[in-house]
Design a binder for this molecule. Structure first.
Ligand SMILES: [Zn+2]
Length: 499
């Protein structure tokens, strides 16, 4: 590809984007969607399987009540209407990771419809309409071996693991989102972020994008102002929040370049590449008729009792947006301060650190300061930095108790992040505690005075500011492990000068 891509500013000056998001969430139920196999991750290949999830002849599925309940709770949290009666549908297609030759999903009768999710983009509220929330089952995993890339191309053999086949999935589909203009990438990211937080607050999934329990496909199209919406592409493999934003932006730029050259956009799936930030063509998109959907004859319809749905609604937890508003008040923060915590993905971390016994100010300082800086440097999400809220609270406790200076605490934190254990243990193991033994400190002070008698005389003569050099000398011999204020007081005391 040698064509020069247009700048993003030019793209949005000329075209209007329409985006849409389809999100798959792996539910955290104990068992699979239609059988009793365990869902825990990491078993040896094909050890979490049974005749139902292997699609053996004569086996019959039974819907998992916990998965239905979780889906209804998701629908309610997204302000959807819950169907009083709906069915599963067979989506017919062949793929080696799907042993039945069809996937049980929902088609024209989803469990939850017509909802919305309010998100904030740069402090402005944006309402994203939700078209549907439906249940389906996950596929197995294929592993291509023998090649250099791990892809099927060049591989000598392909292995299939059905442990994941049949794990409950919920698909959440937005209505098309027009009108976001240049902000479309940020809107997409804000939506997935908020959705993730909602799902987490419901406790229905561990929503880890990098492990695939939350997966996002991003639809993008461009049109000229006043004209019909353009042909959309569907970008897959978008497995971080940052990638959601990048995928929309790069696809807008690519489509604009095709359109500007007089070309046409093909309706297709595309793959997002984390390394280059670009998308490449996948397969041309099937239409619904290709799948020959029909109602699943092996399962009874789902008809949730309205009383049960009402109970589930009444028992929903405080949703993230309201929760954040309450925290902002409790922590006494401005909108701007709260926004920076949100942008850093630190709300829950700070909350948990405070719950572990630290003040809001201290919790915020560590997570937005030292730890955010490291997260940015190493390119990991703050939550995965390697320090827990409990450890941060413990660290601050050691500072408050005078056992660590701020500087020493930062050193300890470095070792916490490196996985060396609790702050107290690291402080002891690495001998980083503030020297508070007065005997040792006095000896260090006397040594410094003896070695710098000219300076000591100046201080005695009234030039108290000169004491700084003596403090520096003591800090050097104690390897920075003394509290500078205490050292200064001690020096002045030994020299018989009033501070
Ligand atoms: Zn099974």
């Amino acid at each position: 590809m040698t064509t020069t891509l247009p700048a993003y500013d030019e793209v949005v000056a000329r075209y209007e984007p329409v985006i849409g998001l389809e999100t798959h969430v792996e539910l955290g139920t104990n068992t699979k969607m239609f059988c009793g196999c365990p869902t825990d991750f990491g078993g040896a290949p094909n050890t979490r399987v049974c005749p139902v999830c292997l699609g053996l002849p004569g086996s019959l599925p039974v819907a998992n009540r916990a998965a239905v309940e979780a889906t209804i709770r998701i629908g309610l949290a997204l302000n959807c209407s819950i169907a009083q009666w709906c069915r599963f549908a067979r989506k017919n297609y062949y793929y080696p990771d799907m042993p039945k030759n069809y996937q049980i999903s929902q088609y024209d009768e989803p469990l939850c419809v017509d909802g919305y999710l309010d998100v904030e983009v740069n402090g402005e509220p944006v309402r994203i309409s939700i078209e549907r929330v439906h249940m389906e089952e996950d596929t197995g995993k294929t592993l291509h071996v023998g090649g250099a890339t791990g892809r099927i191309h060049g591989a000598t053999e392909s292995l299939v693991d059905y442990n994941r086949a049949g794990i409950p999935l919920v698909e959440i589909v937005t209505k098309p989102i027009p009108g976001a203009g240049a902000m479309a990438p940020e809107v997409a990211r804000a939506y997935v972020t908020e959705l993730r937080d909602v799902l987490r607050s419901l406790g229905v999934s561990d929503v880890r994008m990098e492990e695939g329990s939350l997966r996002c496909d991003v639809n993008t199209s461009l049109n000229l102002p006043g004209e019909q919406w353009g042909t959309r592409t569907e970008t897959k493999n978008v497995n971080s929040l940052r990638s959601v934003e990048r995928a929309v932006r790069s696809e807008m730029i690519r489509q604009a370049s095709v359109l500007a050259a007089g070309g046409r956009i093909t309706q297709e799936t595309r793959h997002f590449h984390e390394d280059t930030g670009e998308t490449t063509s996948g397969r041309s998109k099937e239409t619904a008729t290709d799948y020959r959907y029909f109602p699943e004859p092996d399962l009874v319809p789902i008809a949730p009792d309205p009383t049960w749905v009402a109970e589930l609604k009444a028992a929903l937890p405080e949703l993230p947006r309201l929760h954040r508003r309450r925290l902002q008040q409790e922590w006494g923060l401005s909108d701007l301060d709260m926004q920076s915590i949100l942008n850093a993905g630190a709300v829950e971390l700070i909350e948990a650190t405070i719950a572990a016994g630290t003040t809001p100010t201290a919790a915020r300082k560590w997570w937005l300061g030292e730890l955010s800086r490291r997260a940015n440097e190493t390119g990991v999400e703050l939550a995965d930095i390697g320090a827990t809220p409990a450890q941060v609270a413990e660290l601050q406790g050691l500072v408050d108790a005078g056992k660590l200076t701020d500087k020493l605490a930062r050193t300890v934190l470095e070792h916490v992040v490196a996985g060396e254990g609790s702050p107290a243990k690291i402080m002891a193991d690495r001998n980083l505690e503030v020297v508070s033994d007065t005997g040792a400190l006095t000896a260090a002070v006397d040594e410094a005075i003896a070695a710098n008698s000219a300076i000591a005389d100046k201080v005695r003569g009234g030039k108290v500011a000169a004491a700084g050099a003596l403090v520096g000398a003591v800090m050097k011999t104690t390897r920075g492990q003394a509290d500078a204020k205490t050292v200064r007081e001690l020096i002045l005391e030994r020299l018989g000068v009033q501070g």
